[in-house]
Design a binder for this molecule. Structure first.
Ligand SMILES: [Zn+2]
Length: 64
């Protein structure tokens, strides 16, 4: 019984890579960074912290 869901990249929904916590690759990580930096410029206020889903998970799922 494995109830833990497959954690997917927040950008492209591919399975995440352990080295890129919430992403599948450096490319997606960079894309997200650029995106929220862009938002920061648009809002020009306090930088919203990236609301990362699943940060409190165990992170033990390895998908090879
Ligand atoms: Zn991705």
């Amino acid at each position: 019984m494995n109830a833990s869901p497959v954690r997917r990249c927040v950008i492209c929904a591919k399975p995440r890579h352990p080295d890129f916590t919430t992403f599948c690759s450096a490319r997606c990580r960079d894309r997200d960074l650029v995106r929220w930096l862009d938002d920061g410029y648009a809002l020009k206020g306090s930088p919203a912290d990236p609301d990362v889903p699943g940060m409190d998970g165990d992170g033990t799922s390895t998908l090879d």
